[in-house]
Write a protein of this length. Sequence first.
Length: 161
Amino acid sequence: MPVFESPVGPLTIRVNDDGALEEIRFGVAPAILPAIEAAGTIAGATRVIDQLNEYFAGTRREFDLPLAPRGTAFQLACWNELQRIAYGTTISYSELARRIAKPNAVRAVGAANGANPIPIIIPCHRVIGANGTLTGYGGGLHIKRALLALEQPQRTLLETA
């Protein structure tokens, strides 16, 4: 599995034989796949890395990648809705629960967020507490904070005066 050295630390990327992204892990994950990977897997990982580079450079706001996350129907519904949260915006866990028509499933939504196998691309970092506080994140709150800061419009000194 390729490891991408990102501005928020190493990201281990797993792409299936069809070139669809299955997983991004924070840090260097132990090798699960054989050392020799299929050509489609390498090409798929290159696409992921290229788009992550663009995202971290501030030139990409939406990802255009085939995704293949594995999860329950509920988790997949949550992850699909996460992809509809616009770049630079945040919503609460209760809003996410409402959007998937499960308004009483706030804790389950939080658990699904925590199980997201493709962070950054499926932007679970854009979900925050109802009172505006940052809550848990698989890579740590420092990474969630950095991703949210990256997505904020850059202000000039004139705009902040």
